[in-house]
Design a protein around this ligand. Structure first.
Ligand SMILES: Nc1ncnc2c1ncn2[C@@H]1O[C@H](COP(=O)(O)OP(=O)(O)OP(=O)(O)O)[C@@H](O)[C@H]1O
Ligand SMILES: [Mg+2]
Length: 381
């Protein structure tokens, strides 16, 4: 019954001895395990990373297991999370209450360790397989690259908020790839606490199975799935353009919308992203240095024979009064600006520091509305 140590199970029980015994059992069976004493603590852990399955005692101090189960079912990110409830009473009414609250399975203490293991295994095989089958049947998803010729212009803020906005306004399966391989900040901006990252895919690129791929994709509470950049910056140089080409294929085969947060500048890995992308959102700011680099990139676009129709310019911090007007910029770049995003000031920094995207923490903020507009336009095509 050995499983890859990439399937994460969260055990919620206020009795440390029970938590430890279930955790030992599951760890020995090859699962990764996190523990929580209360539903409230579990809720915080789930905000950081949605597990693959939850084993929870119904009798918890504070919020009980039934209430927590109902809460999880109301959230799109945990609506389908496999949940096994455990209780000490064997009363049918309690079992029915558990199923009514949205649990998938129910075990009554005492139970044999094998019983729990088989229930977990069966539930995981039911919930993980359909995604695979669905992925193979549906048409490849759309890839949107967020690119800039210069660093520090707002690509990551825009990518993370755009991915979350796409999920907020549609029921599409949305993936966000951090393609800033050395110093990616997507995980930090979304407060993700996991070490799963692209290197697990790169190291098995010729022998990759769907289960491993799915286990590397980190589930965010917003409902988006994230492919994080390497945990160790020095590993970034092991990633080649060929790897990125295959990774993008996988993402497009498994998701409807794939947002790629590129790193500043240009190399063969970025070229693979730009070639695979259906839409390239080029982020610029009203500053002469980044604009000159963008102008040179626009010349490169012609040499690379990238279709100009797939390029769209986003002028970030468009309200900065720095003496460069939109018309001046369009004339210099010989390209129309499609979107103007305002400077969000402290609100943006606060949202990044808290790890909550602005479109979630302040949905009516003018910057959130600007990013939602981009999401709506993407969905129209
Ligand atoms: N519209 C905005 N309003 C306020 N702050 C912003 C805005 N856009 C970006 N920032 C801030 O500017 C900084 C750089 O943004 P971000 O990290 O998104 O840029 P980047 O292009 O991804 O940078 P890098 O090339 O280093 O990856 C961050 O501190 C971010 O919070
Ligand atoms: Mg960035």
């Amino acid at each position: 019954m050995q499983r890859p140590a990439t399937t994460l199970i969260l055990v919620v029980d206020n009795d440390p001895a029970v938590r430890d015994s279930i955790s030992n059992l599951l760890t020995q069976a090859g699962y990764m395990v996190l523990q929580s004493e209360t539903a409230e603590a579990a809720s915080i852990l789930i905000t950081r990373q949605v597990p693959n399955l939850l084993v929870m005692n119904v009798a918890l101090p504070g919020m009980d297991g039934y209430t927590f189960c109902r809460k999880l079912r109301q959230n799109p990110a945990t609506q389908l999370l496999p949940i096994i409830l455990q209780a000490s009473q064997g009363d049918l009414t309690d079992k029915i209450a558990g199923f009514k609250a949205g649990a998938n399975d129910y075990v009554t203490v005492p139970y044999a360790p094998e019983e729990l293991l088989y229930r977990i295994k069966n539930l995981l095989s039911l919930t993980q397989k359909p995604a695979t089958a669905q992925a193979q049947l549906s048409a490849p998803g759309r890839i949107t690259a967020i690119f800039a010729a210069k660093g520090g212009v707002g690509k990551t803020i825009i990518s993370t908020n755009l991915a979350v906005a796409l999920r907020q306004i549609s029921d599409k399966r949305v993936a966000l790839m951090d393609a800033d391989y050395s110093f990616g900040l997507v995980g930090a901006n979304l407060n993700m606490s996991t070490t799963h990252n692209i290197m697990e895919i790169v190291s098995k690129i010729d022998d990759l199975d769907q289960d491993l791929f799915q286990s590397v994709m980190v589930h965010h509470i917003s409902g988006i799935h994230i492919l994080l950049s390497p945990f160790h910056p020095e590993e970034a140089e092991l990633i080649t353009g060929e790897h990125i080409k295959k990774v993008l294929h996988l993402l497009a085969d498994n998701y409807d919308e794939v947002i790629v947060d590129c790193h500043g500048g240009y190399d063969d890995r970025t070229l693979e992203v730009l070639e695979a992308a259906d839409t390239i959102l080029i982020v610029i700011v009203p500053e002469i240095g980044p604009l000159m680099s963008t102008s040179r990139f626009m010349d490169l676009v012609i040499k690379l024979q990238l279709s100009p129709e797939k390029l769209k310019l986003i002028l970030n911090r468009s309200d900065s009064k720095v003496g460069l007007e939109v018309a001046d910029i369009e004339r210099a770049l010989k390209y129309k600006i499609s979107y103007k995003l305002i400077s969000g000031g402290r609100d943006v920094t606060i949202s990044a520091n808290r790890g909550i995207p602005l479109v979630t923490s302040a949905p009516n903020h003018p910057l959130s509305l600007g990013i939602k507009q981009i999401a709506e336009d993407l969905l129209k095509h």
